[in-house]
Design a protein around this ligand. Structure first.
Ligand code: HAM
Length: 414
């Protein structure tokens, strides 16, 4: 029997990763412009970390965690998200009282039912701002989200925002919601019935019609949060109205327990059912929940596979690709030196060598197959005269004899 990859854990081949790298390089530019630095934390963490952060009652921990006992009988798991690990690292380094601006990237693991836009191993690029209280950092992160979307040509999206108030507001609201829903428990969708005891606020997020109908008459969360929180939410939304489609959505509660304050999510209709390609918010209590000192924190994570669906690469100029063809006698000492000189002279080209003997015809075929824009052809005579043939592969493209110096100048002018 052939061994197959696990469900929902796809391989990524060079043709998939081309867009991916382009996307990452654009994001790194944005992060640099915000003076935000990369952090890397392990893929494996103790299970306890996610029980105490994402929340034991959340779907992510309750149903989707890849957790198992290691050889030492300790319960460990593959990280389902990046935030908890970053906070654990800062607590461990005793740096909760400093400020940090981090970004990270890498695979995350959730045992979900695989479907379009939903994988078991997926990738996130996330940002965490630590040590900044509610205020300017919300504005800066929303600006960053807009800049990221702009830099990769995403125009049609909605940025939903909500304010989850503080713990007291959450608790008061949860109680009111439970008292309202309990008498109607039979009308609630089955999935939501169990949430009534474990995580009532998640019911607001329900996609089930029967639940949504019932919720129409339920207490509204905005009535439980303070006037100043409501004003902050309104001001924040107003500030970005002319830059993107930003909307207050009081039903946005997010699937992780650690949030308090502003939460947000970017959704696009072009993605189908799994329409959120980015989500985040403030989580000022997480450090203490994990045994650290109080630390303000806010961040977001992008679902890379989802955002790549929206990445418009049409107008992006690709680097010119040049095929390097040697005909006649191969003298690697000389030809590889020429290739090396060309690469050093200009790293803005891709120089594709074919690394095997073959007729001119077959090498030209390979160059076309590799989408080369130009080829350099070196035969015995050219090698002797220290010249090469430079051939433009586009329709009507011509060819000329050039020295390496002339080629180098030509590359630089491409
Ligand atoms: P999250 O909303 O769970 O937040 O995930 C962020 C994004 O990851 C989602 O919007 C989605 O695009 C993508 N995503 C989630 N699950 C899957 C999946 N199974 N397959 C494909 N893509 C998926 C967090 O993880 C928080 N840590 C974000 C955050 C950072 N909050 C504060 N700081």
């Amino acid at each position: 029997m052939k061994i197959q990859s696990l469900r929902g854990m796809p391989d990524l081949f060079p043709e998939d990763l081309e867009r991916w790298h382009l996307f990452e390089s654009k994001l790194v530019k944005v992060f640099n412009s915000f003076n935000t630095h990369q952090i890397r934390v392990p893929f494996l963490e103790s299970t306890e970390l996610f029980l105490r952060s994402v929340g034991a009652a959340s779907d992510i921990v309750n149903k989707e965690l890849y957790s198992f006992l290691d050889r030492n009988e300790e319960s460990i798991c593959l990280r389902p998200e990046g935030t908890a690990g970053v906070i654990r690292a800062i607590i461990q380094k005793k740096q909760e009282q400093e400020t940090h601006k981090f970004w990270y990237q890498g695979p995350m693991f959730r045992y979900e039912r695989p479907q379009k836009g939903r994988l078991r191993q997926f990738h996130q690029i996330g940002v965490e701002y630590l040590g900044f209280e509610e205020g300017i950092s919300e504005y800066e992160l929303i600006s960053m989200v807009i800049q990221i979307n702009q830099s990769i040509g995403i125009k049609d999206y909605t940025l939903k925002v909500n304010h989850l108030g503080d713990d007291q507001a959450k608790e008061n609201f949860s109680k009111a919601l439970v008292s309202f829903l309990k008498p109607h428990i039979d009308d609630l969708h089955e999935k939501d019935q169990s949430r009534l005891n474990s995580n009532p606020m998640r019911i607001l997020d329900s996609k089930e019609q029967s639940t949504q109908i019932l919720l129409e008459g339920a207490p509204k969360f905005q009535d439980f949060i303070s006037e100043s929180s409501n004003k902050f939410l309104q001001d924040l939304t107003d500030a970005f109205k002319d830059q993107c489609n930003i909307q207050i959505d009081h039903s946005l509660v997010r699937g992780l327990d650690y949030y308090s304050g502003i939460v947000f999510e970017a959704v696009s209709e072009d993605l189908g059912a799994q329409d959120a390609f980015l989500g985040g918010g403030r989580y000022d209590n997480l450090s203490q929940q994990l045994g650290g000192k109080q630390m303000h924190a806010i961040g977001f994570a992008i679902g890379v596979e989802r955002i790549l669906e929206l990445f418009d690469t049409q107008n992006i100029k690709q680097l010119p690709k040049v095929g390097f063809i040697v005909t006649g006698e191969q003298i690697p000492k000389k030809t590889s030196k020429i290739a090396q000189d060309l690469r050093v002279a200009n790293n803005k080209i891709i120089l594709q060598t074919f690394l095997s003997n073959g007729s001119l015809k077959s090498q030209l075929r390979k160059a076309n197959k590799n989408n080369c824009n130009f080829v350099i052809i070196i035969g015995d005579t050219e090698l002797k005269n220290e010249q090469v043939i430079w051939k433009d592969l586009s329709e009507d493209g011509d060819q000329e004899l050039l020295t390496i110096q002339e080629i180098t100048d030509k590359y630089i002018n491409l």
